[in-house]
Design a protein around this ligand. Sequence first.
Ligand code: C2E
Ligand code: MG
Ligand code: MG
Ligand code: MG
Length: 292
Amino acid sequence: EAKRAGGARHALFDPAMRERAQKRGGMEAELRQALLHRGLHVQYQPIVGLQQEGDDAGGIPAVGAEALVRWHHPAKGSIPPPEFIGIAEECGLIGALGEFVLETACADFMEWQQRLGPNAPGLLAVNLSRAQLADAGLVQRVQQILRSTGMAPGALQLEITESLAAQDDVVQSRLRDLKALGIKLALDDFGTGYSSLSCLHMLPVDTVKIDRSFVCQADISPHHRVLIEATVRVAHSLSMNTVAEGVETPAQAAVIRELQCDKGQGYLYSRPLGNHQFMAWIEERLQSRCAA
Ligand code: C2E
Ligand code: MG
Ligand code: MG
Ligand code: MG
């Protein structure tokens, strides 16, 4: 008995575990600091329309942009969002983080309208995590940010992943409350979860984002091509539109366009950019279109 207890205690102080816990605790404190002291930033990745005239390099304008949070750690450099979103959820910082991203992105979106007028992207996509969606105050907070920034609800698209949207009553009713505000919903990373095309009709989403793992194979794998084609067909039959994520090459762009995908997003068009860089990118692209 004593030996078992001793063993358990020993496991509790397993050096590798302790190191992990310390690292996490350290990250928590640092993330808190970053939130308080302007250590987080928001970047924007253009989303381009595919079913219109123009070529990938110039021509086609951005119809929207996705806001992506960035944490530049003073010592470790830039930390990928999947590494700190989970921490923010566990230590109760996700509400503040999500609010920061939404507020910043909506304000920047309004700046695009002011600076770029009719050439400004008309849609702003912002990601929602599991804990944000579980928060009963979410809908009111979104509404309040729309009011304070003056942004039209129809220009905001909140992105959720398949696993989040799946058969959960609380989530379903939250999604309907969000829709009632007049905002748009997108199903992110489609194809990576367990739900399938046959479940799409049950979700109150306007847009399906086809995951990068399919798009990156679009030009080389007939199997992935068929899956993309089927997704686009079903989405369209439900009056949803489609975005291909992670388009990196002209060959991939050609395939998704041929498969009638509505929009594309990926390094081929642009990496995520800071607000000023993003506006410059739009202007540059506009000039190359006029010159062409
Ligand atoms: P996501 O929403 O699917 O965002 C797309 C991710 O793919 C971004 O990674 C983007 O930089 C990356 N990406 C875009 N084009 C390409 C490409 O052509 N090739 C490759 N290899 N990657 C590409 P990022 O910014 O690291 O974000 C990763 C995930 O973290 C996001 O996936 C989203 O789930 C989450 N995330 C990011 N920002 C936020 C946020 O503000 N709030 C929440 N809750 N989650 C966020
Ligand atoms: Mg997303
Ligand atoms: Mg995605
Ligand atoms: Mg993704």
